[in-house]
Design a protein around this ligand. Sequence first.
Ligand code: AP5
Length: 216
Amino acid sequence: MYIILLGAPGAGKGTQVAYLAQNLNLVHIASGDLFRQALEQDTELGRQTRSYMEKGALVPDEVTTKMVLEHLAALDGESGVVLDGFPRNLPQAEALDKALDGSSRAIDGVVFIKVSPEVLLRRLSGRWICRNCQVPYHEVDSPPRVKGRCDRCGGELYQRPDDIAETVKKRLKVYSAETAPLIDYYIRTGRLVEVDGEGSVEDAGKRVIAALERVR
Ligand code: AP5
């Protein structure tokens, strides 16, 4: 099964992948996590992408698409895959379809997680992330059991620098201009299922799983 999770910054894509991982056997490929790892390790990729991420702009397509397609190609072909944060504009979506065309793989479904702008802002301003395994928490809505520590691996929690108010505004603008048009693209190709992403993590997770059952 090949699945794309689509949604605005803060819609709960990373949160739902963590929830799905407990219920389904899927490899998680998150372009944002891969970039943050590269930044942390100060690799060539990290140095190339730092300025875009700090501004809340998209990293150039050729860099992003190459990175994600290399990760896909390295998989054994047996595992299901959930893509989170990629594709993020039409050129990336078309490049992905082209890369899968002619292989035994295809996108089974695109789950669009819909959340209102007010909830997005509230979620991003209270988000903490595990430095080690990237699982997201919210200081009020889904806090860790021990303050500052990841429930799953005990790693240190931190706030993302691109979650400051100015950069969030920019990321939401970029989402509306570049990523929202993908909703129509995947409706036209009959692959989109919309899910209400509000309410508790568990309630939203049950709706995501029900949506996956429909696209299977
Ligand atoms: P990326 O890391 O992909 O960030 P994003 O898309 O902006 O998405 P987020 O990670 O902010 O949100 P999310 O939907 O995963 O929400 P989460 O689950 O954490 O991208 C970062 C940057 O990398 C980009 O700006 C760009 O520069 C670059 N980049 C990445 N991909 C790229 C691409 N393809 N092309 C070009 N550039 C790219 O949830 C948010 C908060 O809400 C958390 O605190 C969580 O605990 C809480 N929460 C979630 N769901 C619930 C719920 N149901 N109830 C209560 N709280 C909840």
